[in-house]
Design a binder for this molecule. Structure first.
Ligand SMILES: Nc1ncnc2c1ncn2[C@@H]1O[C@H](COP(=O)(O)OP(=O)(O)OP(=O)(O)O)[C@@H](O)[C@H]1O
Length: 255
């Protein structure tokens, strides 16, 4: 049996804005098994990003705790890579040097760094843009640089917040396939937030559906065979049934 890598208990987060409390997450519990690919599905505003920020140690919970391999998370950890919704690329570094950043911090020698960055830049489809600065790229291209940069650090756990939401359908499909290829060989644990049912089913081996303030409406395995091909999946009766179940869960969860 696979061990638990992340354990969340009684997690609550309340923000205060102009003296008014905003409850973003209430009494949230979750366990993530090592090596699993968990997709978290929920409508806008239900607390998905807040939950990821708490897992990543970027926000402090109002109550409850996050354990990573049994240790309380009190700040960012190098074992966890986080692809946030907002752009965190360094504007003064070109694509290659942005991707190399985690390797530089890790003390990887220049030659090896360059090789690794070049491979990842190719994998995210940005070959030829190595010398471009973030301001010279489209929003979708910047997302892909951020993805490559996160992968460069080789974190054992990946937290991803709607990483492909802003991309066109073709590119999104290419990157989903690439992510699955990378994950399959890596043993990495992935927590992937999305509001797209099809994406949740294509990628995950477990889906957690959230309603308002992070209430878990459904938590079930996705027992579709791998490797998964998006075109084949769309005509699979198992996919159909799951799609319907998740649609219902999202609808009921919203009430
Ligand atoms: N820094 C903050 N200050 C005040 N309220 C916040 C803050 N961050 C989030 N919230 C509130 O918490 C709730 C949950 O927000 P969150 O960003 O976690 O949702 P989400 O499910 O990720 O949404 P989306 O899919 O649109 O990104 C919202 O009501 C939001 O307004």
């Amino acid at each position: 049996m696979r061990g638990t890598v992340i354990r969340v208990g009684g997690l609550t987060k309340q923000f205060v804005k102009d003296g008014v409390g905003i409850l973003a997450l209430r009494d949230f519990d979750l366990e993530i098994a090592q090596g699993s690919f968990v997709t978290v599905l929920g409508r806008s505003g239900c607390g998905k990003s807040t939950m990821l920020n708490l897992l990543a140690g970027l926000t402090t919970p109002t109550s409850g705790q996050v354990l990573y391999r049994g240790e309380p998370v009190s700040g960012p950890r190098t074992e966890m890579g986080y692809l946030t919704q907002s752009d965190t690329l360094m504007p003064w570094r070109d694509v290659r040097r942005n991707v190399e950043l985690p390797l530089e911090i890790g003390g990887v020698p220049a030659g090896r760094r360059r090789e690794r960055a070049a491979e990842l830049i190719r994998r995210v489809g940005l070959e030829g843009f190595e010398r471009h600065y973030p301001r010279e790229l489209s929003g979708g291209m910047r997302r892909r640089v951020s993805l490559a940069r996160m992968l460069a650090g080789g974190p054992e756990t990946l937290l991803m917040d709607e990483p492909f939401g802003a991309l066109d359908a073709q590119l999104r499909g290419d990157l989903q396939a690439e992510l699955l290829r990378l994950w399959a060989d890596s043993g990495q644990t992935v927590v992937f937030v999305t509001h797209d049912i099809e994406e949740a089913l294509l990628l995950g081996d477990r889906v957690v559906v959230l309603g308002p303030i992070g209430r878990i409406v459904l938590d079930r395995p996705i027992d579709l065979p791998r490797p998964r091909d998006a075109d084949e999946l769309r005509v699979d009766p198992g996919f159909f049934a799951l799609h319907r179940e998740l649609t219902t869960a999202l609808r009921e969860g919203a009430q």
